[in-house]
Write a protein that binds this ligand. Structure first.
Ligand SMILES: C[S@@+](CC[C@H](N)C(=O)[O-])C[C@H]1O[C@@H](n2cnc3c(N)ncnc32)[C@H](O)[C@@H]1O
Length: 252
């Protein structure tokens, strides 16, 4: 299995939460969860939040009446998920595991993988991960997954992205997108209101074209039902940064 030490370090250092944790409101996240369920056609049943972190999204799946299982390799995130679900008096099953070897006993009706949580490995290992997920779904099960769109990145990604938060903190991302391999190499930094560097980290991720992601999912056994450009169901395009795919595990 490919070493992803830098990736675990990225999450374990707390950088991920510091950099992205503040960006989406509870209302935006609830909307994302509801839109994902709508695109899946899920009104009830068991959903696996694959690489689900602390259940940022799946707490809203549970509030909609879904039975939730969260898989993640970060035990700290799963502990936090347990607390959040407990506080909301909702049940959750937690699976501390590497998504490349998703346990087949899960047998969910649906799976969701939100917020660009794929592309951290080479394509062969990404297929292994999808294949193990396929085994963890029931026949007739459905999967929704999002990532960034390589065609958009190649055309419109800025070499530097910067956002300022209300408290004066700035979040800067220097991007080096390898158009040949489709790999985004970034370095990110967080500076306080006085401009002092508070934290920095590098980040690497394989970014897919819609057809590349389709091919990986099909190689893993999935049937690709739809490819959208966002969770509202708009068409995919090289002018929209996101890809959202709905795929199925065909019935017997
Ligand atoms: C970008 S975060 C998204 C978390 C969650 N889906 C959300 O929308 O808030 C990616 C998540 O994937 C998890 N992750 C990354 N690689 C993993 C792997 N190989 N196995 C299991 N979890 C992994 C990280 O721990 C993290 O929680």
């Amino acid at each position: 299995m490919q070493s992803i030490g830098w990736l675990k370090g990225f999450f374990e250092s707390g950088f991920y939460e510091k950099y992205w944790g503040w960006k989406y409101t509870a209302d935006e996240t609830r909307q994302l969860a509801e839109d994902a369920l709508k695109l899946l056609g899920a009104q009830s049943g068991h959903i696996l939040d694959w690489c689900g972190g602390w259940g940022r999204v799946s707490i809203y799946f549970a509030q909609k009446g879904m039975k939730v299982t969260i898989l993640d390799f970060m035990v700290e995130y799963l502990k936090r998920a347990e607390e959040i679900f407990d506080q909301n008096k909702l049940d959750v099953t937690l699976v501390p595991a590497d998504c490349r070897v998703t346990p087949s006993w899960i047998q969910a009706d649906y799976a969701a993988c939100t917020f660009c949580s794929i592309g951290f490995y080479n394509d062969r290992e990404q297929v292994d991960a999808f294949r193990s997920l396929y085994g963890a779904l029931k026949y007739g099960g459905k999967f929704i997954v999002d990532c960034m769109n390589r065609d958009y990145m190649a055309r419109l990604l800025k070499p530097v992205g910067e956002e300022k938060r209300r408290d004066g903190y700035s979040f800067r991302q220097n991007n080096d997108f390898d158009k040949t391999d489709g790999i985004l190499h970034s370095s990110m930094e967080i500076r306080d209101a006085k401009g002092a560097l508070e934290a920095e980290h590098e980040f690497h991720q394989r970014i897919y074209r819609p057809e590349e992601l389709r091919a990986l999912l099909v190689s893993s056994g999935f049937r690709v039902d739809e490819i959208y450009g966002d969770y509202s169901g708009n068409p995919v395009s090289d002018g929209i940064p996101q890809i959202v795919v709905v795929a199925s595990k065909p019935g017997h």
